[in-house]
Design a protein around this ligand. Structure first.
Ligand code: ACO
Length: 382
């Protein structure tokens, strides 16, 4: 009979290629495809709005007109934050990164939810609506507080995309900008077992609550190898400045073995499904706002990286200049990603807890072999 100590389970560093669970929510095709519940992301990005996609991710089917109306109303009604959470944000150091503010805010919201410890399907969906609604409020109100401004009242007549612009700047954006933001939110809404979603599922699988799971996800998204890349990519583009400097910059960085933000992906090896849409938004926006320098820099970087290392650009490379041209502070790049991905995180928590099994892998022990214990007193000779 073989015991567990005799067998050697397969080991994959970084869990690369490991199937860690089942999901009906999202499929990432390594050959540059992406589907939400069977619907092609490219079609959704063109035709749907974020609320529709959030409904689809949470409920499994597209909403009817009436269901969408009710869902959008419920989201808008849940936007305001408890005053204690606003007070907490005023107490945070002024230089707190917006992702740290968001993570802390999500965590603090938990005990204010009367259904915090009810993990039934229906309660989880209701909590998901509250969390999706309040995430943009945490981001916008937190940002204004940090910059010495008072949070603005909600505009329930605006969709989440429109309301985010309004809550940050006090201005209702033109329709084309809201449409563009909806497309961006749709592109970022889910991506199967990416690092932050996996973190959320690991937390949810212990039967901790959805706020705990989304807090784990926010902490994970912040890292520059994941969501944090879209802030770092903007710093890189700012440094490069013009397309004619991009190739030299890249060659220098590669010679120093630097990790270039906005390039590479664990799953996509022949292109990120979201890049062509984000690149197109960048081109369109560049013309609209008279800042057409950014996309040619990205394209030159892409060509150089492809030639040198056969690595593809990921969505964060193009999201960075898009957010800059939409006038968002670069520190908000990753929180905006979170404002959308929270829909995916919540859908995965619901799915995890509906069919739960603890997620607990093994490690490959590489430490010292068994050795005799020597007490400190004995080895000191005292
Ligand atoms: N810059 C330079 N070299 C890279 C990069 C990069 N961005 N990405 C991968 N490589 C190199 C690796 O160092 C490795 O080289 P080696 O074989 O000489 O050691 C080789 O390419 C293969 O790397 P992978 O195994 O494919 O990378 P992995 O799957 O472990 O990591 C990751 C994926 C973390 C996304 C990586 O590509 C990276 O760090 N990219 C930069 C950060 C980034 O843009 N993150 C955003 C991801 S998308 C998202 O979260 C929305």
């Amino acid at each position: 009979m073989t015991t567990e100590t005799d067998t050697k389970p397969a080991y994959s560093p970084g869990l690369a290629g490991v199937i860690a669970g089942e999901t009906e929510i999202c499929w990432v095709d390594p050959n540059a495809g992406l589907m939400y519940r069977g619907y092609d992301i490219h079609e959704m990005a063109e035709k749907a709005n974020f609320e529709e996609v959030a409904y689809l991710l949470l409920n499994g089917e597209l909403p009817t007109t009436k269901q969408l109306e009710e869902f959008s109303k419920a989201l808008a009604a849940e936007r305001p934050l408890p005053k204690e959470v606003l007070e907490m944000m005023r107490l945070m150091p002024k230089n707190t990164h917006p992702m740290d503010m968001l993570r802390t805010g999500v965590s603090m919201l938990g005990p204010f939810d009367p259904q915090l410890n009810d993990h039934s399907h229906d309660a989880n969906i209701r909590k998901a609506i509250r969390l999706i609604a309040k995430t943009t409020t945490l981001i916008a109100d937190g940002f204004r507080i940090q910059h010495g401004q008072n949070p603005l009242p909600e505009r329930p007549d605006l969709t989440m995309a429109g309301n985010l612009f309004y809550k940050l700047s006090g201005e209702v954006p033109p329709t084309w900008k809201i449409r563009m933001m909806d497309t961006i939110f749709i592109l970022y809404a889910d991506h199967e077992f990416n690092a932050s979603t996996f973190a959320a599922r690991v937390t949810a699988a212990t039967l901790a609550d959805i706020y705990a799971a989304v807090t784990s996800a926010c902490g994970t998204l912040k890292g520059p190898l994941h969501g944090g890349a879209n802030e770092e990519a903007m710093a890189m583009l700012d440094e490069i400045k013009t397309a004619d400097r991009a190739e030299d910059w890249m060659m220098n960085a590669l010679a120093k073995k630097a990790k270039i933000m906005g390039f590479g992906h664990r799953v996509y090896k022949s292109g990120d499904s979201r890049v062509p849409i984000m690149r197109e938004i960048g081109r369109d926006l560049g013309q609209r706002v008279g800042k057409d320098q950014w996309i040619p820099i990205c394209e030159k970087l892409e060509a150089t990286m492809d030639r040198e290392k056969h690595l593809c650009a990921n969505v964060d490379l193009y999201a960075a200049p898009v957010f800059a041209m939409l006038n968002f502070d670069p520190a908000l790049n990753t929180p905006i990603f979170a404002a959308s991905r929270v829909a995916g995180w919540c859908a995965h928590v619901v799915e995890q807890q509906d069919h739960n099994r603890l997620i607990r892998p093994r490690s490959l022990y590489t430490g010292p072999a068994s050795r005799p214990y020597k007490a400190a007193a004995a080895s000191n000779g005292s």
